[in-house]
Design a protein around this ligand. Structure first.
Ligand code: FE2
Ligand code: FE2
Length: 333
């Protein structure tokens, strides 16, 4: 997802009887559905895991702007360009809410951002794939933002107040993103043979990476079980992936497009779609930094940070001058 394979630092999930009095009170509060706020006591592992999860999520929002930014100057109409610009701007806003939520846990934005630029903290694997046609922009909105909603709606109910509240607004905006994407694909699917071919080609390339967004099967992962106990992961990777497939296949059928999976089949007994095996080696390669665009994405972010140095220096100099002027005025008064 926008945060994948989050390490909780725990070797196994603790039972209530093994916890200290503080830890037990904390867990009972979570079990009762009471939100944890920034100034409340929390176990170190909970704090560290949330910093990892929220910062990885924030980085995904910011890096996720890059594949789409590639198409701002090539959007086919002024209306499509204005919509795409608004969508990309929303993603910057999502990054901002999330960096702010991370800061409530005692880290600075510079620290968190430095971890992205040094490659220490990852962002979602999906943003390491290239956008080679206009149909990719529609398909990203439809599939990638659609998958993001699937993951983020449950997070509106997560145990950490600042994260849960940020997700409420993010989800409303993601819903607009998903619709604008579907609208682009719909226009292509109803268009010329060449446009239909573009839409099908984009679906062929994005389908499997979109399914990988939910992360590896997590049935026996200690980290997932711990995150579930802390209510910062509310549905498992496989549950979310299945929900996504069940929702998206009928949408593809409505468009007259074919999902690139010969094993995809409705299962009467389970009431879900069965689907083929995911290439987890490809996922691991992309996460390890060897996807088609990993180096390019990171280089672009580092360049943007370096290019912004003069502006950050100017802001700091201005703030210092102002503080000096205010101190001088206070002395004179
Ligand atoms: Fe977003
Ligand atoms: Fe989005």
């Amino acid at each position: 997802m926008y945060a994948q394979m989050i390490d909780t630092g725990m070797k196994r999930v603790q039972g209530l009887d093994e916890m200290s009095a503080e830890e037990r009170t904390f867990q009972e509060r979570i079990d009762a559905g009471i939100k944890i706020e920034a100034k409340d006591w929390m176990p170190d592992g909970y704090r560290r895991t949330l910093v990892r999860q929220i910062s990885q999520h924030a980085h995904s929002e910011i890096v996720g702007q890059l594949p789409e930014g590639n198409w701002v100057t090539r959007a086919p109409t002024l209306k499509r360009k204005a919509i795409l610009l608004a969508k990309i701007q929303d993603e910057a806003g999502h990054g901002l809410y999330l960096y702010s939520a991370a800061e409530t846990l005692g880290v600075t934005r510079d620290q968190v951002y430095g971890d992205l630029l040094s490659g220490k903290v990852k962002y979602s694997s999906i943003f390491n794939y290239p956008t080679t046609s206009w149909a990719d922009i529609g398909t990203i909105g439809w599939l990638v933002d659609g998958a993001a909603i699937m993951n983020q709606i449950p997070l509106c109910r997560c145990s950490y107040g600042p994260y849960a509240r940020a997700m409420v607004r993010v989800c409303k905006e993601e819903s607009f993103h998903q619709r604008q994407g579907y609208d682009i694909v719909m226009a292509l699917a109803c268009g010329t043979i060449e446009q239909r071919r573009m839409a099908q080609d984009a679906l062929n390339r994005w389908w499997w990476p979109a399914l990988m967004m939910f992360g590896p099967p997590d049935g026996d992962s200690v980290h997932s079980a711990q995150s579930a106990q802390w209510k910062i992961k509310l549905l498992s990777n496989d549950e979310l992936r299945q929900k996504f497939v069940d929702q998206t296949v009928p949408q593809a059928e409505y468009l007259g497009l074919t999902v690139p999976d010969p094993e995809l089949k409705w299962n009467e007994d389970t009431g879900h779609y069965d689907f083929g095996a995911i290439d987890w080696q490809e996922f691991r390669d992309v996460v390890a930094g060897n996807g088609p665009c990993n180096r390019d994405r990171l280089r672009t972010r580092v360049q943007a940070w370096d290019d912004g140095a003069w502006f950050r220096d100017g802001l700091l100099a201005h703030a210092q001058k102002r503080a000096q002027a205010q101190a001088a005025a206070a002395r004179a008064a």
